[in-house]
Design a protein around this ligand. Structure first.
Ligand code: 13P
Length: 334
């Protein structure tokens, strides 16, 4: 695939007023979400839940793509329509999470490095055949007393760059996600410094590995006060610091930036995105790739009656997509 074709996919992912829904929870993670609402973690329940999400009427009005888990990419609706076909017919690009998770980084207590490079070339070729247009790899950076270390930042950046280069070789747009966790009592300035160091390291590694930024999407965490910090920065400051940090580190040739929600409330995630899009002069589209902030309300409704509550749950999915789509334009009214 040519760089122009990759760039077209990347631009479609961040088309004006549209964003991504992340439904790529691993079997263990979806199990935790199901447990919180009393649903058994069976393959059929996972399939039915994801059919509810992906089958939301007119979802493509505000959603450009959905990130799936390996199992989901291979599943179909109850009527036998492959999810990838359902999505393409609705104008929603299929994406696939390809990392195999964040594991303890030897020699760096308390830190994680994301694994999954072994055999990735072959897996990407298969995913491309199954219809995946983009992929995701998530690195996890933890802010603590003595962390993150340079070793952790660089190991994760190196893995992200090798993953991204393999994706482009396979004709798949890489979404690179270095998530700086909200956990901790650090202030927003600490989050800024860590995020800046992480993004500098990431874009340097992408450059070293000849990754074409026009065909790449950054999935970023916002610059926020730690969850347990007494002094919580307001939305205006979050937006100003996040955009400043991105402008200082991310080349303007990148196709676009989408944010993760990372444990923010639905409203915060939407408000922060909206504030950022009200600032002028951003060199790239800023949109969303929310997991929890897209699904949480719908999961609660669906779980109460997975047979009869499908339409009600889908209304909530659509409403969250619409609100976040408006925030991607800076037009959310709250
Ligand atoms: P959250 O929006 O729930 O953080 O999930 C996004 C995601 O895909 C994390 O990798």
């Amino acid at each position: 695939m040519s760089i122009e074709e990759l760039a077209d996919i990347a631009l479609a992912m961040v088309a004006p007023g549209k964003g991504i829904i992340a439904i790529d929870e691993s079997t263990a993670t979806i199990g935790k979400r199901f447990e919180s609402v009393g649903i058994a973690n069976t393959e059929e329940n996972r399939r039915a839940y994801r059919e509810m999400l992906l089958g939301t009427p007119n979802l493509g009005d505000h959603i450009s793509g959905a990130i799936l888990y390996d199992e989901t990419l291979r599943q179909s609706t109850r009527d036998g329509v492959p999810f990838t076909k359902l999505m393409m017919d609705a104008g929603i690009l299929p994406g696939i999470k390809v990392d195999t998770g964040a594991k303890p980084l030897a020699g760096c207590p308390g830190e994680l490095v994301t694994e999954g490079l072994d055999g990735l070339r072959e897996r990407l070729q298969e995913y491309a055949k199954l219809g995946a247009k983009f992929a995701k790899w998530r690195a996890v950076i933890t802010i603590g007393e003595d962390t993150p270390t340079g070793t952790c930042i660089e190991s994760n950046a190196h893995a992200l760059a090798r993953y991204a280069a393999l994706c482009q070789e396979a004709g798949i747009v890489p979404m690179v996600e270095p998530e700086v966790l909200m956990d901790g009592d650090h202030d927003i300035d600490t989050c800024y410094d860590v995020t800046e160091a992480v993004l500098r390291s990431l874009f340097s590694a992408l450059y070293e590995h000849n990754v074409m930024l026009e065909g790449t999407i950054l999935k970023a965490s916002m610059v926020l006060s730690g969850k347990d910090c007494e002094d919580q920065a307001d939305a205006e400051e979050v937006a100003a610091q996040t955009v400043h940090c991105l402008k200082a580190t991310v080349p303007a040739t990148l196709a676009g930036i989408v944010f993760l929600s990372g444990g923010q409330s639905d409203e915060q995630a939407t408000r922060h995105l909206n504030e950022m899009n009200q600032l002028e002069g951003n060199p790239w589209p800023l949109s969303f790739s929310y997991g929890r902030a897209m699904q949480a309300a719908a999961l609660k409704i669906w779980a109460k009656d997975p047979v009869n509550n499908v339409a009600d749950a889908q209304k909530t999915v659509y409403a969250r997509a619409k609100e976040n789509g408006q925030a991607a334009l800076g037009e959310w009214e709250g």
